[in-house]
Design a protein around this ligand. Structure first.
Ligand SMILES: [Ca+2]
Ligand SMILES: [Ca+2]
Ligand SMILES: [Ca+2]
Length: 313
């Protein structure tokens, strides 16, 4: 039999268990939560919770029994409550494990995806670096080409400028030569004192035409050149003119004033020795004179042929 100390110790222990039960019930808030979270399966007879369960249940059961609302709980019922708690905890554990597995699977999948993306980025960076190197090399080549082109252009422009300078110098020399030539020609003409295309003989200038005119028109031309039709005053002059022509040429003599009286334009009479044999014959009215075969002849004034101009220096 238990002595009084044992009962006191049991009461103290029961009060402590009652207080823990009230605290846990207050914390758990419901019978189910109380059953599933606040109780755990009995491990052995020494376990405090086992004693606690037994104490609490016995206290509550005693209360219910005393009120006549319940019957004392059998040991089998107590084991069923513990098994249900284990099942619930197992289900929760499995559910939590599945959630964690799903989350981990997703995390691994995401990690793999990110790793693949990082690898792609690295590959892209490597490719970009390669392209950057190629672009840099191409830019350098273009720059070198540009420098060569600039140098070539500069050299070409320099050569063109040199050629232009040489051409200018040549032009200047040519113009100087032309000027000197013109001056020379001018001096030569001045020395001869005859216009160009005129010939000098014994201080007189002579012009031999290349076209045909009648006697009056031919004289008008000579007068426009500050001269007149040639007047042959000597045998030397006649011989000179004879050597200069190959065909008949009009000269400055006529008998327009008096038929049969032949005079030169300076008023002097024509030397009879200068006529061709049988001339002047005034055949068909011949009042103007020409030089033919180195001698003189009278012809009609409207006959058109070459002529000789003469002027004094
Ligand atoms: Ca003369
Ligand atoms: Ca006549
Ligand atoms: Ca005649």
């Amino acid at each position: 039999m238990a002595d009084s100390n044992d009962f006191e110790h049991f009461d103290l222990h029961q009060q402590t268990a009652q207080r823990k039960y009230q605290d846990r019930k207050r914390n758990c808030g419901s019978a189910v939560a109380f059953c599933t979270t606040c109780f755990r399966p009995p491990v052995n007879d020494e376990d405090e919770e086992v004693n606690y369960i037994h104490v609490e249940e016995s206290t509550e059961s005693e209360e219910q029994i005393r009120k006549g609302k319940a019957k004392p709980m059998k040991t089998k019922d107590r084991n069923v409550c513990g098994s249900k708690s284990i099942v619930v905890l197992y289900i929760l554990f499995m559910a939590t494990s599945m959630v964690w597995m799903i989350l981990l699977s997703k995390a691994f999948a995401k990690h793999s995806e990110i790793s693949a993306e990082i690898e792609n980025l690295r590959n892209s960076r490597t490719i970009l670096k390669g392209n950057e190197s190629a672009i840099s090399a191409e830019l350098q080549e273009l720059w070198n080409t540009l420098i060569r082109l600039k140098a070539s252009d500069t050299e070409e422009i320099r050569n063109l400028r040199v050629e232009q300078t040489l051409m200018k110098e040549k032009d200047s020399k040519i113009m100087a030569n032309v000027t000197n030539l013109e001056n020379y020609v001018s001096k030569v003409c001045v020395i001869k004192t005859c216009p160009c295309e005129w010939t000098l003989f014994s201080g007189k200038c002579y012009y031999f035409s290349n076209e045909n005119r009648d006697w009056k028109k031919a004289r008008e031309f000579c007068q426009s050149q500050d001269s007149d039709l040639a007047v042959i005053n000597s045998d030397e002059e006649l011989n000179y003119l004879k050597g200069k022509v190959r065909v008949d040429h009009l000269v400055g003599m006529s008998d327009l004033e008096t038929e049969g009286v032949w005079k030169w334009l300076d008023g002097s009479l024509v030397d009879q020795r200068m006529w061709n044999p049988g001339e002047p014959n005034n055949e068909g009215k011949e009042d103007c004179g020409e030089m033919s075969n180195g001698k003189l002849n009278d012809i009609p004034c409207n006959i058109k042929q070459r002529w000789i101009c003469e002027k004094t220096l």
